[in-house]
Design a protein around this ligand. Structure first.
Ligand code: NAD
Length: 257
């Protein structure tokens, strides 16, 4: 997109966020982290092209835990090396400026927090831990992967021998208790929602921006491809998040100066 056009969109986005008077939310998906080197699921170079979605369903995991763990360990290497990109940093800055009340993410990569985000709601859990499905014990994901590499896949709980599972939410599993409720509560009172890098196909997460829109929030979508909520959005920006969001910060800083 031309710089002039992008600057104009950034000014409009910044104005919407400022006018929300501290009640704006940012809702993110895998697309906010592709510029950090983590593939998304449904984008042009998405993971689904290599690994079918069913692999990360709880049913498939329970029947094939060794195979899923080996794939997860591969994915973890990518997550562990990833660093926040300009989009994560811009979102953290909008929060620091008092414009964004909370960041609600579907990602498990921890990059919003690494960029300095303070209130980050992780709808799909985190990639930092593994949990024992038998006794509930938790251990660091690196430790679980080491157990798998040394003793064979899938890794077993050091306490009771039960099956360990990465603590991220798999398809078919409930979301962590309270997090979705809190996200929906914030959505209902939000005056604006900035949706970044999500195809909005995964439920119930996608209910968050939908619910906000139903309650009158102004929507901005920043995504490389069309999303099902674009028709409700006041602003649709088809651009890389890492290029667009720093411009929004610049414009918001000018408006608040
Ligand atoms: P998705 O893959 O369904 O959609 C990502 C969207 O982002 C696509 O529409 C793509 O066009 C867009 N996109 C890609 N790069 C972009 C960029 N630089 N700027 C703007 N837009 C960009 O992702 P989703 O909606 O988050 O759903 C997938 C599920 O997979 C989520 O539940 C998430 O938990 C999980 N997931 C997480 C990670 C992670 O933690 N980083 C990575 C892959 C998948």
């Amino acid at each position: 997109m031309e710089n002039v056009e992008l600057g104009r969109l950034a000014r409009r986005a910044a104005k919407i966020l400022v006018e929300a008077r501290g009640r704006a939310l940012v809702f993110t998906g895998a697309g906010v982290s592709t510029e950090s080197g983590i593939p998304d699921f449904r984008g042009p170079s998405g993971l689904w092209r290599r690994i079918p979605p069913e692999v990360f369903s709880i049913e498939y995991f329970l029947s094939n835990p060794g195979e899923v763990w080996r794939l997860y360990a591969e994915l973890h290497r990518v997550l562990a090396e990833a660093r926040p990109n300009p989009a994560h940093r811009a979102i953290a800055r909008l929060e620091e400026m008092g414009l964004v009340e909370a960041v609600i993410t579907q990602n498990i990569d921890g990059l919003h927090q690494a960029a300095g985000g303070r209130r980050v709601l992780e709808l799909h859990g985190s990639g930092r831990e593994a949990v024992c499905l038998a006794c509930g014990a938790r251990l660091g994901i690196e430790e679980a992967i080491r157990l798998g590499q040394e003793m064979g896949w899938p890794p077993r709980c050091p306490r009771c021998g039960g099956l360990l599972k990465p603590d991220a939410v798999f398809f078919g599993e409930p979301l962590p208790r309270g997090v979705l409720e809190e996200a929906l509560r914030l959505a209902r009172r939000a005056r604006a929602v900035l949706v970044v890098g999500s195809s909005l196909q995964v439920y119930p997460a996608a209910l968050v921006p939908e619910e906000a829109a139903r309650h009158g929030a102004r929507l901005i979508t920043v995504n490389l491809e069309p999303t099902p909520l674009d028709w409700r959005a006041e602003l649709v920006v088809r651009e890389r998040a890492g290029r667009f969001l720093p411009l929004v910060v610049e414009e918001a800083e000018k408006l608040l100066a």
